[in-house]
Design a protein around this ligand. Structure first.
Ligand code: NAD
Ligand code: SER
Length: 321
């Protein structure tokens, strides 16, 4: 039997940096190769520079490290994608097709593709959006994720690739900053609050979106990838739910810990993106097929975020003095 040898693309990103660490704790440092188009800030294990558009180099790394699993995270997110639509399409689509082709050519055991709530458009039922809702996204990012899901399904049906995918909600975590999405405000707001600064929010107060706390997102990813093959009944993307809240609700929750915290609302182009997405997600298929259960709600997440960020900023002050 082959031993698992994992390659992660986009490993320096918001999710990649945490997922890399979690997989290394689970499988061992040497078994998890982190890759990204830019070098890492901290050296924590094997790392190689990789542009996912460079299929030759990607193939060479798979051969050199005897890779058996790929977590393909690298992408351009929703807000950045609207600034550079053609680039977003190229990176998100060609990058995924490279991953799928390599998975076939190099007999990769499992491939993970992160999809998103952005696959949904304004026509769907906004509350408890069902797994099988029509996919009519209005952003380049959403179009690339919806097409990506179809490509994953195709490679599974046609070539037997064991590809697994989650439609992540907006991800909130203290470890790193998000990379240009529409849900980024829900991370930035904690940083401002803990630093004693006011926050300017680019979404309006009542814009409710589906979100998830990083530990839940990481657990869902690893649980899905480690589930027995016969439990994976969907080869597009599983709906995944954590919690739902809007900027007014997260502000109130933060104010329970930091009473003087204030928010000013200045919606920009990201408002239209958020308005096109669901408010909450029906993730029954993930629960039934491979036992998914979210662990964090807004209250528990806020407590944990503030606790970690207070320590982070206190440490920085100590190091500077
Ligand atoms: P991120 O923007 O923080 O990180 C993406 C990483 O990809 C970056 O480190 C970047 O340097 C790298 N990258 C960009 N172009 C590249 C290229 N050509 N070759 C190699 N690397 C490249 O994103 P994230 O939040 O960590 O998201 C990871 C994945 O999860 C993405 O596919 C994203 O669409 C998906 N996702 C994220 C969220 C979220 O809220 N963070 C929600 C839904 C889905
Ligand atoms: N959080 C992501 C974004 O806002 C959704 O995929 O782009």
């Amino acid at each position: 039997m082959r031993k698992d040898q994992i390659l992660i693309t986009g490993a320096n990103g918001q999710i990649g940096s945490v997922l890399t660490q979690s997989l290394r704790e689970r499988y061992g440092n040497a078994r998890v190769l982190a890759t990204d188009i830019r070098p890492p800030q901290h050296d924590t294990g094997p790392f190689e520079l990789l542009d996912i558009l460079d299929r030759q180099r990607w193939a060479a790394l798979i051969d050199r490290y005897r890779v058996t699993q790929i977590y393909h995270l690298a992408a351009i997110l929703s807000a950045n994608g609207e600034q550079r639509p053609q680039k977003a399409w190229e990176v998100n689509m060609t990058g995924l097709l490279n991953a799928l082709e390599l998975a076939r050519d190099r007999a990769i055991d499992k491939l993970f593709f992160p999809s998103s709530i952005a696959v949904f458009g304004p026509e769907v039922t906004k509350e408890q959006t069902p797994q099988e809702a029509v996919l009519n996204p209005t952003t380049v990012y959403g179009i690339s994720k919806a097409a990506g899901e179809n490509w994953c399904y195709y490679y599974h049906q046609r070539h037997g690739i064991d590809v697994r995918s989650l439609r992540y909600p907006g991800i909130v975590g203290y470890q790193g900053m998000p990379g240009g999405g529409t849900t980024d405000y829900a991370v930035d707001i904690y940083h401002r609050a803990v630093q004693g600064q006011p926050f300017r929010c680019f979404l309006s107060a009542r814009t409710t979106l589906p979100m998830i706390y990083m530990p839940d997102a990481i657990r869902a990813t690893i649980d899905l990838m480690e589930a027995p093959r016969n439990r994976i009944g969907l080869r597009s993307g599983y709906n995944l739910a954590g919690m739902s809240f809007n900027p007014a609700e997260i502000t109130r929750e933060i104010q329970r810990h930091i009473p003087g915290f204030t928010v000013e609302y200045q919606p920009d182009f990201r408002q239209a993106i958020a308005d096109s997405w669901p408010r909450s997600i029906d993730d029954r298929a993930a629960r039934e097929h491979w036992g998914w259960r979210a662990g964090y709600n807004l209250g528990r997440m806020t407590e944990d975020m503030i606790d970690h960020l207070r320590k982070k900023y206190q440490n920085e002050v100590v190091q500077q003095s």
